[in-house]
Design a binder for this molecule. Structure first.
Ligand code: NDP
Length: 274
């Protein structure tokens, strides 16, 4: 069956995660509420926030007032590095739930693999799952050795690893490790934060498809089985970024995009985090 905006991927525990979402980093106040509201109106069902973004109140307000049944919306938030630890992470999750005005989040992520406290934070994530405060748990910015560390400690396998991914940053080693362990791969900064939308190869493929460069990057993500979470505060771009299920990229187009890999991070680079 064809993948659509309503499609989901299965996570452990019977949880279904939408295949594309809305990112909210940098969105605040009314603009954030309006962006989430528009995304939900047009059928986007995954909303990504973090305590670090300072917009959980706005995200929660928009979700609660959207008219979309709570069970149909997939809300992700994340524990910041300063809150990593066994007790601190449980407290941070409860504070996030209060700000969101929700009784449960669908996915709770460790935002960053903080060197000393990430294993304690993972224990807290497992506890939060048991307490029913979160429906699934995962990590973000985890490289292969960070995933190995959880495995070696006997921890539960993360449901999701949210990492920066675009044709310019394919992170094949991490992606392969996730796929082989059954970890869903979520793509942040899938639009390169806007920095490579004028790349000649991307533009050529976009022109050939009659689509925008942003849509080409998102289609590339979906074709690889990643879950992209493009961020926009502009209604027309939110609609554009969701309209990526009625065209496809040719094998040549995919090959050309894959060939753009240059290990180019446009956001945080966790490569050297021990
Ligand atoms: P994106 O790659 O999603 O790019 C966002 C930028 O592109 C914004 O400047 C936006 O501007 C612009 N843009 C959006 N749509 C279009 C379009 N169709 N055409 C042209 N420009 C467009 O970057 P982000 O870094 O925001 O990543 C997405 C999300 O991933 C974040 O919002 C956050 O939720 C998550 N994230 C997670 C991280 C982590 O460590 N776990 C780190 C970074 C991001 P405008 O708003 O004006 O439209």
């Amino acid at each position: 069956m064809a993948v659509t905006l309503a499609s989901t991927v299965p996570l452990p525990g019977g949880v279904s995660m939408p295949v594309l979402g809305l990112g909210t980093a940098g969105a605040s106040g009314r603009a954030c509420v309006a962006a989430v509201t528009e995304a939900l109106r047009i059928g986007v069902r995954l909303i990504d926030t973090a305590s670090l973004y300072g917009n959980e109140r706005e995200v929660g307000l928009a979700v609660r007032e959207s008219g979309v049944p709570r069970d149909d919306v997939f809300v992700t938030t994340k524990v910041a590095s300063k809150d990593q630890g066994v007790r601190a992470t449980v407290d941070a999750c409860e504070a996030s739930l209060r700000r969101l005005g929700l009784s449960v989040v669908d996915l709770y992520l460790i935002h960053w693999p903080s060197r000393r406290r990430r294993l304690d934070a993972w224990k807290a994530m497992e506890r939060l799952l048991g307490l029913g405060k979160v429906r699934s748990i995962g990590v973000s910015n985890y490289m292969v050795r960070h995933l190995d560390e959880i495995r070696e400690a006997g921890g539960a396998t993360p449901a999701v690893n949210q990492i920066e991914l675009s044709p310019f940053l394919r992170q094949a080693d991490v992606v392969d490790a996730c796929v082989s362990r059954g970890i869903a791969v979520e793509a942040y900064s899938p639009l390169t934060r806007g920095r490579r939308l004028d790349d000649p190869t991307v533009r050529r493929i976009a022109a050939a498809c009659g689509r925008s460069p942003a849509q080409v990057l998102l289609r590339w993500s979906l074709r690889h089985g990643f879950i992209p979470i493009p961020k926009s505060e502009r209604p027309e771009r939110i609609r554009e970024n969701a309209a990526v299920f009625d065209f496809d990229l040719s094998p040549d187009g995919m090959g050309a995009l894959d060939g753009l890999d240059a290990d180019a991070h446009f956001d945080w680079d966790p490569t050297d985090v021990p």
